[in-house]
Design a protein around this ligand. Sequence first.
Ligand code: ZN
Ligand code: MN
Length: 427
Amino acid sequence: MKYSTIIGLEVHVELQTKSKMFCRCPASHFNQAPNSHCCPVCLGLPGALPVANKQAVEWTILMGLALNCQISDLSKFDRKNYFYPDLPKGYQISQYDLPLCQKGQLEKVRIRRVHLEEDTGKLVHLTGATLIDFNRSGVPLMEIVTEPDLKSASQAKEFLQTLQQIVRFLGISDADMEKGQMRCEPTVNLKIEKQARVFYTPLVEIKNINSFRFVSKAIEYETQRQRDEFEKTGIEKQAGNKTTRGWNENLGQTVLQREKEEAADYRYFPEPDVPPIRLAKHDIQILRDKLPELPEAKTKRFIAQYGLSEYQAKILTQTREKADLFEKYCRQPQKLSLVEIANLIINKKGDLTEILEQKSKTKITDSKEIEEMVKAVIKENKKAIEDYQKGKANVLQFLIGQIMAKVKGQADANVIRKIFEEKLSHG
Ligand code: ZN
Ligand code: MN
C-alpha cells in the first residue's frame, strides 16, 4: 500500500484596520475591557446598517495581488447563515461566489481565493457559565483558501510562515498566531494506492489551529489516523462525508466535532445592505503600485546586488525591519564590508544599531589611520621612546594609552601594539 497526504489550507487573518469591518468601533480587541468596543451594527441589533471598511477592502486586494490573484471587477458580500452564540446576527457577512480575489499562486501552491468577512465574538468559558465578549465581533477578517496542493505537514507549516511573512511585509496585520490574529484550518485526506487501484479517504477539516507547531502535529496525526481508519473500514471520500475535527493539544489528537458540512447548510444569499464593489482597472493599478517589495524578490535582489549567500539573504529579508537596517548600513560610509554587516545583523541579538555603530568605530584601527596616529605619538614622545629603546618595556603601555585616549577606547590595543613594535624596531 502506497499513500500520500493531500492538504488544502484555509487561513484567516485579522486585519489591523483602525475600525471594524462594517461599523466605526475600534477594531482592537486584545486586552480590552469586555464589550467596550460595540455598537448596534456589530451587535447585530435590528435596523442597524453596515457600511464596508474601504481600508479592509484595499488591503485584501493588496494581499490578492501579492499572491498573484486575479482581482474581480465585480465583487459582493453575502450572508452566511448559521446559529452560534458568538454570532449575534445569526449570520456572518462574508463573500460567497464573487470574492475580491481568485486564482492566484504562491510558490507551487495555487490560491483558490482571498475574500473578506467579519470575525465573530469571543466566548469566555467559566465554571458554571459562559460569557460573551463582542469586542471581536465585526473585526475585518481576510480569508485565504488554497487548492489542495500541499503534500506534507512541514510543507504546510513553511507555506503558512511565508504567508505570515507576506502579510507582515504588507503591514496589514501582525498575523500573530498566539494572539489569534492568524488562524489556520487544514483540510486533509489521503490518496491511497492499493492493488493497482487508487482510493481517496474522506476529507477532514481541522478547525481553528493557532500555532505553527500544532498545524504540523495535527496534520501528522490525521495522516496516520486516516491510514489506520482506511485499513479498518475502507471508507472512501464521497459527496457529503466530509467531517470536522479539532486539535486537542492535551491528548495529542484530533477530535471529531461535526459530521457533514455543506455550503447548502449555510443558505448563502447576497447581503442586501452592502452594495457590490465595482473595481476599474485603474483602481487595481493604483493598489498594484502600492505593493512593497515582497520577501522573495527582496531575497533575490540581496543576492544579486550585495553578493550575499542565499542563506544570508533569506535571514536578512525575514522582516522588513531587518532588511531596512541592513540596507541603511550599506548606504552609510562604513569601515565594514557588506558581508560583515550582514553577519552582524544575522548573528547578534539586542540593539543592532548600537552594535553596528560600535563595531564600525572599532574598525578605525584596521586602517592607515592608526599608523598615522602611531607616527604622531612617536614624534610627540621622544623621551618615552628613548626610555623604551633603553629597555623600559612598560613604556609601550603608556604609548598605547595615548592612542586609546585619542580614539576614546574604540580601538584594538593589540593592533596598536603591533604597529608600535614594528615602527620602533625599524627605528
Ligand atoms: Zn460596532
Ligand atoms: Mn471564514
